[in-house]
Every structure is written in structure tokens, then in C-alpha cells.
Design a protein around this ligand. Structure first.
Ligand code: SF4
Length: 371
């Protein structure tokens, strides 16, 4: 990143943290800093206004002191066990955890790297050990897998960020799925809207609309939505693309019901329907973003009590090795035990808790510093 462009008073501290993180990311499977220009501008504005680098947008994309600290011993590299759900073995571009849908990792590339990314271990491994699979290899792999599994009804194109791929490649993938399988439900997950809204063009919107593709954005804070984001979302909306959103509850970024309310309001004004709010996975180097479960449940309740039904008709959930569980699937939470227990069908899912003393909440005056 071009740190010399920064004007914030705390540049030296920033450079020091970035350097330490660069060393850490090269020795662990952590994604390096990758900050797209629009987001860099927003992060700098925020740091300048706050006088520090610990505001919500900065924390999304830049390492903070706590991120650099060693892990807490309760986190694992791949909590949802992506690797074990790759039918072709580690490195596969197909992940199947549910009978009726399959995840297709079209690319490892992203427009920017999120410090909280729960898949960074798998992604960074892919970056380092590229199997040399071409897009054609990947689509053949997907088509074969779908043909062998008649229960699959939906393909979720993910990554990385599928919208980093060229229009030709995207259209090729969509055409192959629709013409060679019985799949009619295709979903794309992307952070393009907030990282690089310029890639949302009329051509892209037309391809998505023509093929009935659902587009799921990952917008996690209301300040990620600026005029450029609104214009891009409006282009999708006027073309008739079905837009959704999902995001993770993140300490120091959106860990207050007021932030969630503002985000829901902005998404609603853009006709984007929020589907899920995830609790952060306990993956390595994630404790800076995690919350103690008692505070998670408190935020969920406050959000529900203080919002209208169009806003709170969403699911709060935890992803796991056995699939997603909702807050309603909680079967036991005794804070002293150090975990929350959920149940999905007949399977119990134990999620390690973040010790309460480590859960320092984001201050509302920082989380919503614009007022
Ligand atoms: S865009 Fe998605 S896949 Fe890429 S770093 Fe962010 S969360 Fe991870």
C-alpha cells in the first residue's frame, strides 16, 4: 500500500504496524494488506478525523495492535472446516457442506483484503500453492461434481471475489452452469460494491439480470456506503438485479445495535435486503474482532427491541463445521464454561467463547464518529 500518501498525524505508528503485520502475514497464512484506492481514501479520512487508526473502516482493512498479538489458544485455522468439505481434497475449487447447494471458488483474488476474513487461511494457502488450475479446469470440476450429486439445486459463486474476474470469464462460467446442468439458482457473493464500485457496469448488471443471478453484497458498516456505492447499487437496482447483503458482527467495527440499525436503514434505502448477521468464527488472529457471547446476545436483543420488523426479520447465526446455526438453536450458554452450545438436527456444535475480559467493546462515539 502507498503509506506515503497518508496525511494522518499518526503515520509513524501506521507504518510500524504495517511492517510488523507484513512479517506476521508472511510467516502465517494471513492475507497481506491490500487496500483499494476508494477504501484507502475513506480509511484516511477516518483516521484523520479520529486522530488514530482504530476507527471502524480502518479496522476492516488495516492491522491494529491487537491483531498482531498471538492467538488466544481457543482459535483454530479453519473453524468451519472448509478443507474437509472439499470433495476433491484440499485445494479443490468446490466446497459442499449442504446437500442442496455447492460453493464454487472461482478465484482466489479479492479487490481488497479484509482483516477479519474467516477464509484467509484457505485463501492464502491457495495464493501460495496455486495448483495451476485454469478457469476451464475449475468449471469442468464443478460440472462433474454437480452431475454426480443430483441433490444440488444452487451454485454459489464465491472466492475470493468473483467480480475480480473479467466479464468474459464470468459470462462463460454462468453459461456453462446453465447450459450443462439443471441448476437454475446461481448466487454471487462479492465485496465489489464497497471496494471497487466502478466494476459494477451496465454490462455486468445486464449479465446478472439476464441470467437471474442473485448478488449478495458483504457490507458491514454504514460508512462503507458513499455516493459512489449508491450509484452502483442504483444501476443494479434499475436493471432489476436482485440484491442482498450479509455481514459479520465485528468488535470495534459494528458491535453496537445503533450501528446495525443505521446499516439496515441504509441498505433498505437502496432496496438491498439483508439476509444474515454472522457471529465471528474463532479463527487464528481473529480475537480482535470477536465478542463474548453474552454481549453478542445482548446486542441481538437490543437490535430486535429497537428496530421495526422490516429491519429485524433477519437471521443472526454462527457458521460451523456442520453448517449454520441460528441464535434460536442455542441449547446451552453458561458463561463460566467458556463456550456456547448450539444444535443443528442431531449434531451439537460447541463454539469457544471469547473471555469477557478480552471483549473491550467499540465505543459508539468511534463506531459512529460522523454522528
Ligand atoms: S473480500 Fe471476502 S474473501 Fe476477500 S478478504 Fe474480504 S472477506 Fe475474505
Amino acid at each position: 500500500m502507498t503509506s506515503h500518501e497518508r496525511t494522518s498525524p499518526c503515520q509513524k505508528q501506521r507504518q510500524h504496524l504495517d511492517k510488523r503485520y507484513a512479517d506476521l502475514s508472511s510467516s502465517h497464512l494471513l492475507l497481506p494488506i491490500n487496500l483499494p484506492p476508494l477504501y484507502q481514501k475513506k480509511a484516511h479520512e477516518e483516521a484523520t478525523a479520529l486522530g488514530h487508526w482504530n476507527g471502524p473502516l480502518c479496522r476492516m482493512v488495516l492491522p491494529c495492535e491487537e491483531k498482531l498479538e498471538s492467538t488466544r489458544g481457543i482459535e483454530v485455522a479453519d473453524f468451519v472446516d472448509d478443507r474437509n468439505n472439499m470433495p476433491g481434497g484440499p485445494g479443490d475449487c468446490v466446497i459442499q457442506k449442504y446437500q442442496d447447494r455447492v460453493l464454487f471458488l472461482m478465484t482466489e483474488k479479492c479487490f481488497g483484503h479484509c482483516m477479519f476474513c474467516f477464509r484467509q487461511d484457505v485463501l492464502e494457502e491457495k495464493h501460495r500453492k496455486l495448483r495451476g488450475d485454469t478457469l476451464k479446469d475449475k468449471i469442468e470440476r464443478l460440472i462433474t461434481h454437480v452431475a454426480e450429486n443430483a441433490s444440488i439445486q444452487e451454485v454459489i459463486i464465491s472466492g475470493g471475489d468473483p467480480l475480480t474476474c473479467s466479464m468474459d470469464h464470468l459470462e462463460f462460467i454462468i453459461n456453462e452452469i446453465l447450459s450443462r446442468t439443471a441448476i437454475r439458482n446461481i448466487r454471487i457473493h462479492s465485496r465489489a460494491l464497497v471496494y471497487q464500485p466502478g466494476v459494477i457496469t451496465e454490462e455486468l448488471a445486464t449479465i446478472l439480470k439476464k441470467n437471474n443471478i442473485r448478488l449478495v453484497h458483504h457490507i458491514a458498516h454504514p460508512y462503507e456506503i458513499c455516493d459512489k456505492v449508491r450509484v452502483a447499487a442504483q444501476l443494479l437496482e434499475s436493471t432489476g438485479v436482485a440484491q442482498y447483503n450479509q455481514f459479520t458482527l465485528l468488535r470495534g467495527i459494528n458491535d453496537h445495535h445503533e450501528v446495525l440499525l443505521q446499516l439496515m436503514d441504509k441498505l433498505d434505502s437502496m432496496n438491498i435486503r439483508n439476509l444474515s448477521v454472522f457471529f465471528p468464527d474463532p479463527v487464528l488472529f481473529s480475537s480482535t474482532f470477536r465478542l463474548n457471547f453474552s454481549r453478542i446476545f445482548d446486542i441481538v436483543s437490543r437490535f430486535n427491541w429497537n428496530s421495526p420488523s422490516w429491519a429485524n426479520a433477519i437471521r443472526f447465526c454462527q457458521d460451523s463445521v456442520h453448517g449454520k446455526v441460528r441464535v434460536e438453536d442455542l441449547v446451552e450458554y453458561i458463561p463460566e464454561k467458556g463456550y456456547a452450545l448450539f444444535k443443528r438436527e442431531d449434531k451439537l456444535i460447541k463454539v469457544p467463547d471469547l473471555p469477557k475480559k478480552l471483549d473491550i467493546p467499540g465505543e459508539i462515539s468511534t463506531l459512529l464518529w460522523k454522528g
